[in-house]
Design a binder for this molecule. Structure first.
Ligand code: C2E
Ligand code: MG
Ligand code: MG
Length: 572
């Protein structure tokens, strides 16, 4: 079967063209050809269809091979271009090759023609293949494979462009970040495949709800970005947010199960809130966090949400002093072994006794400390204070473990293991008495580095615990690789386990899976006898919460121990 070959011949002599065609046919091709002899005809032929090959004479009346070549290359075409000429000199041949001809052949040496054509066609195939692969990888680099929406990288570029245009023209634009509540529940109960299905449907509903030029992207996990590059007025953003929230009024059906989708949206506006993409993303993120905390819906950014705002910064300046002048203090909350009803240890929870604002809870200053570099001295202070209380109590015959919370920033601080080592040496506490609590999200920030750090800490004999388990996106399977000893089920699931069927399912399956992996399970936020009993029935190992005791300062806690109904220390 002759192979069809779309061949464009730039040649004034019909006879010479016929010779070329004959050579092609003899070599097994079926040339679909056209012969042109002027620039104008060449242009028309190029515009008319795609060509596999161009064979050009050098000298034509009023036109030549070099001009033909330039015309082809100017159009951006990289088609194999071979000059066949009776009169070409060495200098012109070199010029032709420099200008991008693939080969030149003397008319008297037509035997060379076919091998040259074969070679050039093969190379063109390779070029095309490479181009296709590059296109594909460009596409993949900018597209989320699950939803087919633009990914974070692409979205960031789009935001950059939109912010620049908005700042230049003074016309408002909005950036929305949207997060799904409890997406993890779907993933855990229905499996990742169905989790992906849910994400696709969420993406589709968002796309359907918006008009061009608004764009939707999936930024990772259950986070979506929406860009409204041209707002008629700032007020319009409220309308769009309500519309987006409304598209999730109807549950999404996954394998016949209607899944209620709740979302939190954070909004930031340019040029009002920021004049660059990074700041705008950060502000939308802060607003989204607010929306999440207030139970969903949408929140438009306001400067007071910003940890960098002047009031927060003033507080941070004071925090530095507070760490140095012992205004921080620890409260301790007991953790009890459910079966033996014995107190095994306490969790240290930091507070700030502020001279004007009173006793501040950690959420008032930990986040900001993370952003200002104060988290390292704060973590060090907490660790040393917790361990010295632990040692002090031990000298009084109260031998309990102590759990210390580590923020994400501290986990990724390369000096963490040394810092912990120092704290143990300074206080003389045994490593086995210390448990470090890390959140899933802290690990996910950089799983590889987290694994290295955790391995070092574990080798030192320190216990490791995953705090607030269930609120992030880690699966227990991914934790299995880490040297973790315990999992603390987040209090939101524990609180809902008696009333919410899905919370009860999550608590039960976390306990089962964790036990299969040899991990101890602590339930936090246990507020009632009923919850305690339900956890006991599920085989949960330890409980912590107001039902047992609120967090208390060290001295009151020591007097509480003997008065309480819980026995002290591990049995035997
Ligand atoms: P967490 O580690 O999950 O601590 C448990 C939080 O739940 C504590 O809030 C505790 O007071 C509260 N809680 C305990 N039992 C119950 C209960 O039965 N019901 C309810 N509703 N809540 C209960 P707190 O002390 O405000 O601490 C909040 C978070 O701040 C902690 O969550 C922890 O992530 C962080 N944190 C506390 N101390 C430190 C610290 O020294 N360093 C770092 N990096 N973070 C800390
Ligand atoms: Mg904790
Ligand atoms: Mg917790």
């Amino acid at each position: 079967m002759p192979k069809p070959l779309r061949t464009l011949i730039v040649e004034d002599s019909e006879n010479d063209a016929e010779l070329l065609l004959r050579a092609l046919r003899q070599a097994g091709y079926e040339p679909i050809h056209e012969r042109v002899e002027s620039a104008q005809a060449l242009r028309a032929a190029l515009a008319g269809q795609d060509w596999d090959l161009i064979i050009s004479d050098y000298s034509l009346p009023g036109f030549n091979g070099l001009e033909a070549l330039k015309l082809v290359r100017d159009q951006g075409d990289d088609i194999p271009f071979i000059i066949v000429s009776g009169s070409i000199g060495e200098d012109i041949a070199v010029a032709a090759m420099k200008a991008g001809a693939h080969d030149y052949i003397m008319k008297g040496n037509i035997a060379r023609l076919m091998p040259a054509i074969e070679r050039e066609l093969k190379e063109a195939d390779v070029r095309r293949e490479r181009w296709r692969a590059e296109e594909q990888s460009r596409y993949l680099a900018h597209t989320d494979p699950v939803t087919d929406l633009p990914n974070r990288v692409r979205f960031h570029e789009q935001v950059q462009q939109a912010v620049a245009t908005s700042v230049r023209g003074g016309r408002p634009m909005a950036l929305l970040l949207m997060d799904l509540e409890r997406f993890k529940e779907v993933n855990d109960t229905l499996g990742h495949k169905h989790g992906d299905q849910l994400l696709r449907q969420v993406g589709q509903r968002l796309r359907d709800a918006l008009f061009s030029p608004d764009t939707v992207a999936r930024l990772g996990g259950d986070e979506f970005g929406i860009l409204l590059p041209r707002l008629a007025s700032v007020e319009d953003v409220a309308i769009v947010c309500k519309k987006i929230l409304a598209v999730f009024d109807e549950p999404i059906v996954i394998v016949d199960i209607p899944v209620a989708v709740e979302t939190s949206i954070g909004v930031a506006l340019a040029p009002e809130h920021a004049d660059n993409a990074d700041n705008l993303m950060q502000q939308a993120d802060m607003a989204m966090y607010r929306a999440k905390k207030s139970g969903g819906g949408y929140v438009v950014y306001a400067p007071e949400y910003n940890p960098y705002n002047p009031q927060r910064l003033a507080l941070m300046a004071e925090l530095r002093d507070a760490i140095e002048h012992n205004q921080l203090l620890l409260h301790f909350q007991p953790m009890v072994d459910i079966k033996s009803r014995r107190i095994l240890g306490n969790e240290a929870l930091v507070r700030w006794q502020h001279p004007r604002h009173g006793l501040l809870a950690p959420d008032k200053f930990i986040g900001a400390a993370e952003h200002t570099g104060l988290i390292a001295p704060l973590s060090r202070w907490v660790l040393v204070d917790a361990l010295s209380h632990c040692q002090g109590a031990r000298r009084e015959g109260i031998d309990l473990r102590v759990s210390v919370n580590l923020s994400a920033r501290s986990l990724h601080d390369p000096h963490l293991p040394e810092m912990v080592e120092n704290a143990l040496t300074t206080t003389g506490a045994e490593p086995g008495r210390l448990t470090l609590e890390i959140t899933e999200s802290a690990i996910m920030l950089d799983p590889k580095r987290a694994e290295e750090t955790l391995t070092r800490l574990s080798r030192m004999g320190i216990r490791l615990s995953i705090d607030d388990f269930g609120t992030g996106y880690t699966s227990l399977a991914s934790i299995a690789r880490l040297p973790i000893n315990e999992i603390k089920i987040d209090k939101s699931f524990v609180a809902g386990m008696l009333t919410g069927k899905s919370d009860a399912t999550i608590v039960r399956s976390v306990i089962e899976l964790a036990h299969n992996l040899g991990l101890a399970v602590v339930a936090e936020g246990v507020e009632t006898q009923e919850t305690f009993d339900a956890l006991a029935a599920l085989g949960c190992d330890e409980a912590q919460g107001y039902f047992i005791s609120k967090p208390q300062a060290c001295e009151p806690l020591k007097s509480w121990f003997p008065a309480s109904c819980w026995k002290l220390g591990a049995a035997g």
